[in-house]
Design a protein around this ligand. Structure first.
Ligand code: XMP
Length: 253
């Protein structure tokens, strides 16, 4: 099943549009692994997917400790996204994507700044062969995002437009499985949603700790909310995940 459909099926089955960002930190790799698995065990009923980042890949190893986490996500039927922000020349990008897909990830996040030819084309090719997903950055959630993603650029036809608008257009052109727009910028989500028209779903990190608000993020058109610290650092992560899920569902009604 293609990644976009897999996500839709999971969100429907779980009744949740929350993606857990499993961004744990610990002193030892053993503790990191145990805590990650424990968190998955308590939070899995309330989320539709899991996103991993370098927080776990670097200390645990892609074909080592991370495999134990992926075994759990498979058991819970949760699609997995690797937040590797692929951003190199095509040959290197292909190797990065191949490794993450071979390790078991369902999708990777990539940076459209590198362009298509000898940039992201090999990533989309390998994704298509393996029926996996590619999610493109469009407008990031942090404060300095405007410095790159908000720059005014010229397209081939010499028309001026903001970089994130050009990236949203590329997401359609390249048939991406999703775009990332920060929950901290609901007005950008609205603008990007108008361009994508639900053909490409919006993934939105930044709710809670970074200041994004569920209601404005969902109302602006985000399909999936990526949440890390608001769940992980909560006194009761299970309760926090459930509350987030329920708030999203209330806003969607
Ligand atoms: P928090 O703790 O802020 O974690 O809920 C958010 C997670 O999402 C990642 N992140 C992003 N990933 N584009 C991305 O691809 C973004 O704009 C973006 N903003 C945050 C962050 O690394 C963490 O894993």
């Amino acid at each position: 099943m293609a990644f976009k459909a897999k996500m839709e099926r999971s969100a429907k089955k779980k009744g949740s549009n929350i993606i857990l960002a499993l961004d744990l930190e610990a002193r030892s790799t053993r503790t990191l692994l145990l805590q990650s698995i424990k968190l998955l065990e308590t939070v899995h009923p309330y989320v539709c997917a899991v996103k991993l980042n370098h927080h776990l890949i670097l200390p645990l190893g892609l074909f080592d400790g991370v495999q134990k986490i992926l075994k759990k996500t498979i058991a819970y039927e949760l699609p997995t996204i690797m937040d590797c922000k692929i951003n190199d020349i095509g040959n290197t990008n292909r190797v990065i994507a191949e490794n993450y897909y071979n390790a078991g990830f369902d999708a990777v996040i990539a940076n459209p700044f590198v362009g298509w030819e000898e940039g992201l084309e090999p990533v989309f090719e390998i994704a298509q062969q393996k029926k996996r997903g590619v999610i493109l950055l469009c407008y990031m959630s942090h404060k300095a995002s405007w410095e790159g993603y908000g720059q005014i650029v010229k397209k081939d036809d010499k028309k001026q437009l903001p970089q994130y608008v050009a990236f949203a257009q590329k997401a359609l052109e390249w048939n991406a499985d999703g775009v990332v727009v920060g929950a901290t910028y609901p007005e950008k989500i609205k603008e990007v949603h108008k361009i994508l028209n639900d053909k490409v779903p919006i993934y939105s990190p930044g709710v809670g700790t970074q200041g994004g608000v569920v209601q404005s993020t969902v109302e602006a058109g985000a399909r999936y909310l990526i949440v890390g610290r608001t769940i992980i650092n909560a006194p009761n992560p299970e309760k926090a995940a459930k509350q987030l899920r329920d708030t999203v569902n209330r806003v969607k009604q």
